[in-house]
Design a protein. Structure first.
Length: 244
């Protein structure tokens, strides 16, 4: 079985557009779990552009297992992770100006701060996964750093447009997976996966977990639109009928 971690960041993006209270990502997490999500993923960004500290604290007791916190390997967020104790932390790169996480974490260049964060998270009893590009030297370094899992960055695959490029990127994902499995690392995948491109990645032997957000939240907005409009029409009608 492959786990699906539903990333609910963009429910919070919508809330933050008005800095109000809805939609509440915690409510979205409950609904996702009722729909058989295997876990919930959120990215607590340093600029707090979507998920807030309050969300992370509330989600912990609401998500009984596979609560996956994505974060940069910086001290303040590591402090918070050690306090909240998600089931898993996925360390990701982060630059303020980017629209979304671009590229995997370069764990070779940033070995020292990443190693320190891993040590602290492990000491707090939190499993650590590293979000890396599908490159053998990065996979080997993940093994050296002693983590249980890697999440392979699937953006290059997701963004491939020609059949030839898609095949090439899939082969890269397969090679990186095989390399990780040989080192006894658990393999997760994520970024840019949608209802059309996820199948080929799910077919790669050994892949255990997906973390998918944007395509699920996008679809939720559209499949929920009809009902939401009908309910608003009914609310207006109710007032209308109460006119003197
Ligand atoms: N995995 C990681 C490590 C991510 O940073 C993201 C984006 O926040 C995702 C998965 C989900 O990507 P998407 O929203 O494109 O499905």
């Amino acid at each position: 079985m492959i786990r699906l971690g539903v990333n609910i960041d963009h429910v919070a993006t919508l809330r933050q557009a008005r800095r109000g209270q809805e939609p509440d990502p915690v409510a979205a997490a409950v609904l996702a779990l009722l729909a058989d999500a295997d876990g919930i993923t959120v990215h607590l960004r340093e600029d707090r552009r979507h998920i807030q500290d309050r969300d992370v604290h509330l989600l912990r007791p609401v998500v009984p297992h596979h609560f996956n916190l994505e974060m940069a390997a910086v001290e303040a967020v590591t402090d918070m992770a050690c306090l909240v104790k998600p089931d898993q932390v996925t360390l990701v790169p982060e630059r303020r100006e980017e629209l979304t996480t671009e590229g995997g974490l370069d764990i070779i260049t940033h070995q020292l701060p990443i190693g320190r964060a891993i040590e602290r998270l492990h000491a707090a009893g939190i499993a650590v996964s590293l979000f890396i590009d599908p490159e053998e030297n990065q996979v080997a370094m993940a093994h050296k750093l002693g983590v249980a899992a890697i999440e392979i960055q699937t953006a290059r695959y997701s963004e491939a447009r020609t059949a030839q490029e898609i095949d090439l990127q899939l082969a890269t994902l397969r090679r990186a997976t095989a390399c990780a499995l040989a080192l006894k690392l658990h393999v997760h995948m994520g970024h840019g996966l949608n209802y059309h491109n996820v199948q080929a990645v799910a077919a790669i032997p050994g892949v255990e977990e997906f973390n998918i957000g944007h395509s699920i939240v996008s679809r939720a907005v559209l499949v929920g639109m009809e009902r939401a409009v009908r309910e608003m029409k009914a609310a207006i009608q109710q007032g209308y009928e109460e006119r003197p």
